[in-house]
Design a protein around this ligand. Structure first.
Ligand code: KG4
Ligand code: ZN
Length: 347
């Protein structure tokens, strides 16, 4: 059976096709297409929702067509559709949800409304192109860190799709912190990858604060770090043309963020006696974060599943995978109840 997945929550128009052998519990990713709006938003240094939505309208049909073409199937072969219903930018989400609803209605298919963050939580299970789910007792309970542009959440999962949020950022998300500090350093959009690239040339010589590192909960806070960098730049009359100093600032910022993310995640896993740690979301593409979490998980005898880089930043493959998890549990939602939920937080 074939499932089409659609993602338009922010600035990527994405569609994927998955082939599912439900009785064998196996899935194969046939295509995973993304039309990025990065160059469009680079002009404004951030995403303007209406501009993003207009670009989604232009790209959604060509991207779906391409995903079907790559998968070598016709639209009539589809058995289900999954679409991101939230959280995200309302006008952007509406393009994906309306397109999916129209297709589902026209071809009489079940439509699964997917929470984008839930998809990031479970994206770490996506393996090679053809794989089956691991036995649940080998993986769960698990603690998942979801780090994206808008969210930094810690989640305790006791089974597939059964989870509870145990911590979150009280202000800026980790990705937002990367992006805002990148802007202070005059780096290009999107800031996270640019800051990380610059950090590779520097050393973490500046001791920026590690907010909430020692607090006895699983929450985060990153706005203080951004302010500390702002003051540092002001006091030193920066940003500077001194490349080494900029690189040292970037490396110090990245180290501070990674320190907090790794420490809190491992502490949560230990305290809650988790077997596995999961890492997902755009910031999970960050190489030092991946390396440091691996080191810490090994040291504490925890299994670690890190999302493959192509499924970290926004993509439809992870939406399809999460759609399949709902499908195998027969979690159907009537078409008329499927609406955009821009503020759909994990609970
Ligand atoms: O999950 P995602 O693609 O979109 C949201 O759901 O928000 O995450 C985007 C975020 C951005 O803040 C971007 O700067 C950050 O992920 N990001 C990175 C890296 N790649 C993407 N941050 C740090 N290092 C990276 N390599
Ligand atoms: Zn995301």
């Amino acid at each position: 059976m074939y499932l089409l997945a659609i993602e338009t929550s922010c600035d990527e128009t994405a569609a994927a096709v998955l082939k599912i052998a439900q009785w064998k519990n196996r899935v194969r990713f046939l295509s995973n297409m993304i039309a990025s709006q990065a160059t469009l938003h680079a002009k404004t240094g951030g995403v303007v929702p209406e501009v993003a939505a207009r670009a989604h309208v232009e790209k959604i049909i060509p991207v779906i067509r391409l995903a079907l073409k790559r998968a070598k199937i016709s639209i009539g072969k589809l058995a289900a559709i999954a679409v991101t219903a939230g959280p995200g930018l309302a006008p952007a989400l509406a393009v994906g949800v309306d397109t999916a609803r129209t297709l589902a209605w026209s071809f009489d298919l079940p439509l699964f409304p997917i929470n984008h963050l839930e998809a990031h939580v479970f994206s770490a299970f996506i393996k090679e192109k053809n794989f089956s789910l691991p036995q649940k007792k080998r993986v769960f309970p698990a603690v998942a860190l979801v780090v994206s542009g808008g969210h930094t959440d810690l989640v305790y999962a006791r089974d597939w799709l059964k989870y509870k949020k145990i911590g979150q950022t009280l202000d800026d998300a980790a990705g937002e912190c990367f992006d805002k500090i990148a802007r202070l350093l005059n780096l290009s959009y999107p800031g996270g990858p640019a800051l990380s690239k610059l950090a590779k040339q520097g050393s973490a010589t500046i001791n920026f604060p590690r907010p909430m590192l020692k607090t006895d909960n699983f929450d985060f806070s990153f706005s203080g770090l951004k302010t500390a960098v702002l003051y540092y730049l002001r006091n030193h009359k920066l940003p500077t043309t001194n490349y080494t100093l900029s690189a040292n600032i970037a490396a110090s910022v990245e180290t501070a963020i990674v320190d907090v993310l790794v420490h809190k995640t491992i502490q949560a896993a230990i305290k809650l006696k988790a077997k596995t740690v999961l890492l997902g979301g755009g910031v999970a593409a960050n190489l030092p974060l991946r390396a440091r979490l691996k080191e810490a998980a090994n040291k504490n005898n925890l299994n670690l599943l890190i999302t493959k880089p192509e499924y970290c930043t926004d993509n439809a493959g992870m939406i399809g995978f999460c759609g399949w998890l709902h499908w195998r549990k027969q979690n159907f939602t009537p078409l008329k109840k499927i609406v955009v939920r821009a503020g759909w937080e994990l609970t």
